[in-house]
Write a protein that binds this ligand. Sequence first.
Ligand code: ARG
Length: 460
Amino acid sequence: MKLWGGRFETGPSEVFERFSGSLHFDKRLLDADCRGSQAFARALQQVGIVTAEECATLVAAFEQIRLDATQPGFFEGAADEDVHTLVIRKLKDRVGALADKIHTGRSRNEQVSLDIRLWLREEIDSIVHQLALVMSSLVAMARNYPDALVPGYTHLRRAQAVLWPHYLLAYFEMFARDRERFLEARARVNVMPLGSGALAGSGFPFDRDAIAHDLGFASVTRNSMDVSADRDFALDFLYAASVTMLHLSRLAEDWILYSSDEFGWLELGDGVTSGSSLMPQKKNPDSLELIRGKSGRVFGDLSSLFVTLKGLPMTYNRDMQEDKEPLFDAAAQVTASLEMMEAVIRSTRLNPSRPAAAAEESWVVATDLAEALARAGVPFHQAHQLVGRLVLESVKQGKKPSNWTASALTAFAPEFTPGMSRLLNPAEGMKTRELPGGTGPAAVSDALDEAEARLRGWQP
Ligand code: ARG
């Protein structure tokens, strides 16, 4: 069956049908397509195209198609151009000639926009929920190691000591912003396009607000040409998905390093790692590597749609059919990666002695000492120079901070006071960073409480 054909003397060639058909991927929109068509049947009744009885017949038939589609074999042998065509063919099988009325005053151009919006809204809701699960797994791990101290890095060189919970909460914040980005995208997705027609607005006076209400949309689109031409709501989703994958990828990279023999901080669960076919000793972080790998793929989905849309003349062009596969792929990869990351976080154990030793044997306390001198009145630049000389001297003598006594320190430079020697212990310096957002133990404890309160507030 075709939704067009009267104007043609011969049908489409086999090669063109094969080339242009989208059913093999847009069949994923079937449920949304049926729900949208149920609302549209009610709109057709409202403008007098179908009777109340016909409307009820149509709505029931779409309901049955939704159900049938969950059965195996439903799509077998279907040669329809796209999902919209398939649904109307199935409708015709069920209700006969009445099916010929369903497309009155409607175009697939607005229908496909509606279907994508309905589908995306649900994807976003489930991703937002998954993000909260990942965030709560970070908080749970933080609660398991409230005092664990690790060297924080810049340039992948030991920089300053931080609490492990502080590090975990950094990712919590990134995922919290990802959640906001998805919700912002959802607001732009959640606008009802039906009534736009192919591009000029429908020739039937539909109550568009009623359709929006029927389908749970917050409002209606304001311009029919914009509806046919636009996919920026899909780009918003792909951008939110890309940034989320970026954050997942960086967390994955950290933990690939931190679980290596060289670091030895983390033990990933057996259930999320794999072995080598040749090397018996291997326990590889494949789950994290795949998350890192899939992030590139999702960025590709974003740039794919960007490039597809660039330069398209107003309004709808068939190029836009290429919007769906990147969207489906990105949604699937983000969903799978969030699920995987939550399982990794829940299975991972920290071995606190390794990072504590790494902090202790390095000069992560240097800034603490320089700041103590500055608090005692030494201009910071001079304090910086002085501690720099202390580090240089220590490196030459093979001394670590704990090898310095109070008297050796004051003998090294009179600006040091005996009390400053306690800052040779990284745990002490952290206590000077109690301002909001800092790694001071009380500040981190407050931040953890606040993170948990946010999570509770998001529960439905
Ligand atoms: N399969 C098409 C798409 O995804 C549906 C819209 C078809 N519209 C058209 N004028 N051919 O874009």
